[in-house]
Design a protein around this ligand. Structure first.
Ligand code: ATP
Ligand code: MG
Length: 416
């Protein structure tokens, strides 16, 4: 009897030696944890794939779709698993091709990952192809560019047969590329930037600067919702919230209005870098895109960058807003980002921000307030919320006890 499984394919480029097995182990761990709520019987490695078996096969499509959102997954095939007997895999092939829906042409592609099977792949192609031609006489066999390719994969002791696959997000399993601190607002860009680093294998620790106590805490709840929206990819471990309003007020009183934004942003970077050191993260991430707003000119990017020594990664720097919004919709972040909430960005904004800050001006303004003391204060006042969804997140040891600040949502129905 054939049973249903999902076969997870991953790209193997650059995966050699020890690197490869730690990649595969992390992928298996992530899949296990992220599919916790699904009826999964087992997740294990089989010759170049990860096999996911179910306790309830009627939910195969749901499980396959959930798998496509996990970084590291390049393709998910809805396979039949059966014994290494011709009758068994021919019967499975008939079922698999029936599942392929509306098509006119097909071909059979047999592969062997184990050489102890006596038949040659060309023989398997012929045997399975002829069984399919008997069952589907109206369909055409076409070697080049068929509508459907039915794969028969012969492994140690068993055979997989599939004709339907869904593309995954690709990338690398979260947890294989170290940790980053990502500056996240409730706008469209930064959640996408965070996800992009997660997709390349980084464990992400978002930091949000709220306007509290000068504004309501709505943005803090929106950002928590965003972290939950990213949960199916398992990229976010812990969210830090920094109440920034009071410091912004002080800065706005101390420096020329046109340089306020640059000062806020420098201080945000300094605080994020300190949190990164506490967390053992090696880089900062922002959702900046060149020229998108006043603070994102090359001059201003340089003026903020020099406040920190860690690399600042900007995965969206060359991306247009439409592309970012399309990705935001795919990730389920779009509707959350459409809610408007004042955060530190909307607070004490000058009417005419400087777009091409000169370094001397910036350095002069930076010395007009005690940025070191403010950074100490802000790190001390930061709060954090943990998300269970990131299998690779390890909290730092040297941190004061958990300070969990979750209350009823300020936005109706947003956070429970
Ligand atoms: P986003 O859509 O991500 O809010 P934006 O287009 O509104 O970005 P800015 O407000 O200039 O642009 O912010 C640029 C980047 O700075 C953001 O992508 C984010 O990484 C960071 N950032 C902005 N506001 C905050 C905030 N309140 N807390 C943390 N990071 C922030
Ligand atoms: Mg913003």
């Amino acid at each position: 009897m054939a049973s249903r499984v999902c076969l997870v394919h991953y790209h193997e480029i650059g995966l050699k030696g020890r690197n490869r097995s730690s990649f595969e182990n992390q992928l298996v761990t992530n899949i296990r944890r992220l599919l916790d709520a699904y009826p999964i019987a087992s997740v294990g490695r089989v010759s170049g794939f990860v096999q996911v078996s179910l306790t309830d096969e009627s939910r195969l499509d749901e499980v396959a779709h959930a798998l496509t959102r996990i970084p590291g997954v390049a393709l998910v095939s809805r396979a039949w698993q059966c014994e290494r007997e011709q009758d068994a895999y021919c019967a499975a092939a008939v079922e698999a091709l029936r599942e392929a829906g509306d098509f006119r042409s097909f071909k059979v592609h047999a592969r062997k990952s184990n050489t102890d099977y006596p038949l040659h792949t060309l023989d398997i192609n012929r045997i399975v192809g002829s069984a399919l031609c008997d069952e589907f006489p109206e369909k055409k066999v076409q070697m080049h560019g068929p509508d459907v390719t039915l794969t028969v994969l012969v492994c140690q002791g068993l055979v997989y047969v599939y004709a339907v696959s869904e593309r995954g997000v690709g990338g690398l399993p979260v947890g294989t590329a170290g940790k980053v601190v990502s500056l996240i607002s409730s706008g469209f860009d930064s959640p996408v930037a965070t996800w992009m680093l997660g997709k390349r294998g980084a464990t992400c620790v978002p930091v949000h600067f709220s306007g509290r106590p000068m504004t309501a805490d709505t943005s803090e709840y929106l950002v928590q919702d965003l972290c939950r929206a990213l949960a199916p990819s398992g990229v976010v471990g812990r969210l830090y919230v920094v109440p920034f309003g009071e410091c912004q007020r002080e800065i706005s009183l101390a420096v020329p209005a046109s340089l306020r934004i640059i000062m806020y942003r420098r201080l945000m970077f300094v605080v994020a870098e300190r949190i990164a050191r506490i967390e053992g993260a090696k880089a900062l991430v922002t959702g900046e895109s060149l020229g998108q707003v006043a603070s994102q000119t090359l001059d201003n990017i340089a003026a903020t960058n020099e406040a920190v020594s860690m690399p600042v990664l900007r995965p969206l720097i060359g991306t247009d807003k439409q592309e970012i919004i399309a990705r935001s919709q795919e990730l389920g972040c779009y509707d959350i980002c459409c809610e408007t909430a004042p955060d530190c960005c909307t607070l004490f904004m000058p009417r005419r921000p400087e777009t091409h800050a000169r370094p001397e001006q910036v350095h002069e303004a930076w010395e007009l307030f005690d940025h070191e003391a403010m950074a100490d204060l802000l790190v001390e006042a930061s709060e954090y919320v943990d998300f269970e969804s990131c299998p690779s997140y390890r909290p730092p040891r040297s941190r004061r006890p958990y300070h969990h600040r979750l209350g009823p949502a300020s936005v109706a129905g947003k956070v429970g």
